[in-house]
Design a protein around this ligand. Structure first.
Ligand SMILES: [Zn+2]
Length: 261
């Protein structure tokens, strides 16, 4: 990819145009640092999708990547924690998914019209690269000494990611099964708690105290388009792990599997 950088509209907004080897032009805009009054969190916004209009005119894809990384100062650049790097890779996964589309129909181009199961697939796929020494060593340096991140530190990052991950998986299964089953009939009153207790018998290693009312605040049950779709987090993880290991086995970079045909 060829990259061009130029200032765009706001001081902190970085605009990158990429021309890919498949001759597709993409426009991505980055608003990465936190500032007063900015909405919290991180997200990708699919501003325009690649498509062709009725006259055959091509519309190029463009996307915004918005994060809330520590603000740079006159003396320090914005210093990212590893968590922040993972977040950036995640949102870039969404952006690349959206912008690399060659589909000509707006409604199903890029991230438009993608089934819920697969929306988090490319983003979680890219997250995996943020733990790879070959990738981290390309940019992870001490900002004063320029020392490249040592292997021992990368090993610790990987270990901390894996620590208690099986327990985390069981918790996600509990949420997903609860979400599925709750949508199979109209549960009333105590039935909701009884349903959750029965699921926890299969999934929980540690007994949840009875005062815990997690279900009352589990917004995904109805909000954000997730209804009976919470499982998609875990499912996308499975898809992304399969895809990632297919590439890893070939050495991460220049993998024939990764080539766009
Ligand atoms: Zn995401």
């Amino acid at each position: 990819m060829k990259k061009y950088k130029k200032n765009f509209v706001m001081k902190k907004l970085l605009h990158i145009t990429c021309i890919c080897t498949i001759n597709l032009q993409l426009d991505s805009y980055f608003d990465l640092e936190a500032r007063k009054g900015k909405r919290g969190g991180a997200w990708m916004h699919n501003w325009q999708a690649h498509c062709t209009d009725a006259e055959g005119k091509e519309q190029l894809a463009s996307a915004f990547v918005v994060c809330n990384f520590p603000a740079s100062t006159k003396t320090n650049p914005s210093l990212l924690r590893h968590d922040d790097v993972v977040t950036l890779f995640h949102e870039m996964g969404h952006a690349i998914h959206h912008m690399l589309s060659t589909v000509n129909e707006n409604e199903v181009s890029g991230v438009n019209g993608v089934e819920w199961d697969a929306v988090e697939f490319p983003s979680q796929f890219l997250e995996n690269f943020a733990y790879e020494p070959k990738v981290l060593k390309l940019f992870a340096q001490h900002h004063e000494t320029d020392e490249t991140i040592p292997n021992a530190m990368i090993e610790k990052l990987v270990k901390s990611k894996n620590f208690l991950s099986a327990s985390g998986m069981l918790r996600q299964l509990e949420f997903s099964i609860f979400d599925f089953k709750l949508h199979t009939k109209a549960y009333k009153g105590e039935e909701v708690q009884n349903l959750l207790d029965a699921i926890r018998k299969d999934t929980a290693l540690i007994q949840t105290p009875s005062y815990n009312k997690f279900q009352n605040g589990f917004a995904h049950i109805f909000a954000g388009g997730y209804s009976a779709g919470y499982y998609s987090y875990k499912w996308a993880e499975v898809l992304s792990a399969d895809a990632f290991f297919a590439v890893v086995d070939e050495g991460i970079f220049d993998s024939p599997t990764a080539k766009i045909s």
